[in-house]
Design a protein around this ligand. Sequence first.
Ligand code: XMP
Length: 182
Amino acid sequence: MGADKSYALEKVLIREDEIKSIVKTLAGRINEDYKGKKLIIIGVLKGAFVFLSDLVREIKSDVQIEFIKASSYGSKTISTGEVNTEYVSFSFDVAGTNLLIVDDILDTGHTLTRMMDMFREKNAASVELCVFLDKVERRQVPLTAKYTGKVIPDEFVVGYGLDFNESHRNLPYIAVVNTSKQ
Ligand code: XMP
């Protein structure tokens, strides 16, 4: 697969057809849970943009879409727990709203825990989490997403919105990166 001096795309972990089926299953559950309710979906940039765009097209409820940018300080592949969040398009009052935060991957849990706490402090009626991937074994704080697409092993993955040094977000499948390949 990939052709860079310092790393390679090692194998396909989740094929495009499996991604489609995971998204449909998640959307089915969300549709059931939010029937008749107004839902505000908050995508975490940049990684969630592909998953979010597939997911929202399967949602039947009245949906408002917003984005937030979060960045962990420190090295590219290791989450440090230092999280900086930045609003991108918030022009609404969070109080009393049903929020569903959508992200590409749940790893240590620091980023999304802080984000959920922040919205709870602003008195949202409900704050839930939907992630496409979950590296359960890397968790450092007790966080479980209400909606999880697929649990994966502790390997660095790219594609379907996920990047390695800003490359590969456009792959229509999830691939494992091997950073030791020379
Ligand atoms: P937490 O706070 O849960 O952060 O550690 C989750 C964020 O970490 C990034 N992340 C990855 N990005 N491939 C990526 O492209 C991966 O395998 C990976 N694991 C974690 C990602 O930005 C996510 O939002």
